[in-house]
Design a protein around this ligand. Structure first.
Ligand SMILES: [Zn+2]
Length: 287
């Protein structure tokens, strides 16, 4: 009896250590910037969870993104990949086939989509539901940290709700204002604030409109009484400026928060800061 328990001890100690190590250090990888920001907020100050972003914070939307060898290496020791989902990451199907052991969670799960548009985080409601989904999955993986994760999520969601209310109040007088944005990143945002998205400058970000498409947008801006053109800080505003010259409608910058500072301290507040700035820009543009 005595010998048996002595023999068992190292095995138990090993299991406890392995279990503790896994729980102690959880590697969370996010696919791109807005998911990174949300995950940083949910995990703030919770020990033993490391959040890193797969793609450079300058990449922006992942519409045409292909994984690099470095990305695949980074995912090799990840406990979970948090992806935006809703079609934002074109590499997910292949990745899950190549790495069947990697846990991949699409944080837009359960969020009703508008025309299959993946930019659900450009909305207070969408961002808040993504926070819920991230919290649920991380609390399930690390149940010992669930309370801390839920408390963080509640704090961050309260900050989101406060700014949402402020923006709704401030933008209410501009309901129905017609705007043109740079790429199709703002349908959820426009819905939330009652703005009318009359068109987009570039259907595919990075593909400048041809002369005919440009002429079509110029016509639309004139005929529909578009109030403002919005470029994005992530891209050149050349096309938008060309439309502005033709129509006299000014170009402003609206940020879909697809890029930002990578330092966790700065990134944590980046979504809210960008929306505060978007509010100021809209107030100026829609006067
Ligand atoms: Zn996009």
């Amino acid at each position: 009896m005595k010998i048996k328990s002595v023999l068992l001890l190292p095995a138990i100690a090993f299991l406890v250590c392995a279990g503790a190590r896994a729980a102690e250090h959880l590697r969370v990888v996010t696919s791109f910037y807005p998911v990174y920001v949300a995950a940083l907020n949910v995990t703030e100050g919770v020990g033993g969870i490391e959040v890193s972003n797969l793609t450079s914070p300058h990449i922006g939307c992942l519409h045409d993104y292909q994984l690099t060898a470095g990305d695949v290496r980074k995912l090799a020791d990840a406990d979970v990949l948090l992806a935006n989902g809703a079609g934002m990451e074109p590499f997910l199907d292949r990745l899950t086939k190549q790495s069947p052991d990697l846990r991949v969670v699409e944080v837009s799960d359960g969020i009703p989509l508008l025309d299959n548009n993946p930019h659900v985080w450009v909305s207070f409601d969408g961002a808040s539901r993504q926070v819920d989904n991230i919290t649920t999955v991380l609390a399930e993986i690390a149940p010992d940290k669930a309370d801390a994760l839920r408390a963080n999520a509640a704090n961050y969601k309260a900050a989101l709700a406060a700014l949402d209310g402020k923006m709704r109040d401030t933008l209410a007088p501009h309901a129905g204002a017609r705007i043109v944005t740079f790429h199709e990143a703002f349908p959820y945002f426009a819905r939330d604030f009652g703005l009318d998205l009359a068109g987009v400058v570039e259907r595919e970000p990075g593909t400048e409109p041809n002369a005919r498409e440009l002429a079509d947008i110029v016509k639309l801006v004139r005929e529909q009484g578009v109030k403002a053109l919005f470029a994005e800080p992530q891209f050149s505003d050349r096309s938008a400026q060309a439309i502005a010259r033709e129509t006299g409608v000014k170009v402003h910058q609206l940020d879909p928060v697809a890029t930002g500072p990578s330092d966790p301290g700065a990134a944590r507040g980046a979504w809210l800061a960008a929306m505060e700035k978007n509010l100021a820009v809209l107030q100026d543009a829609l006067r």
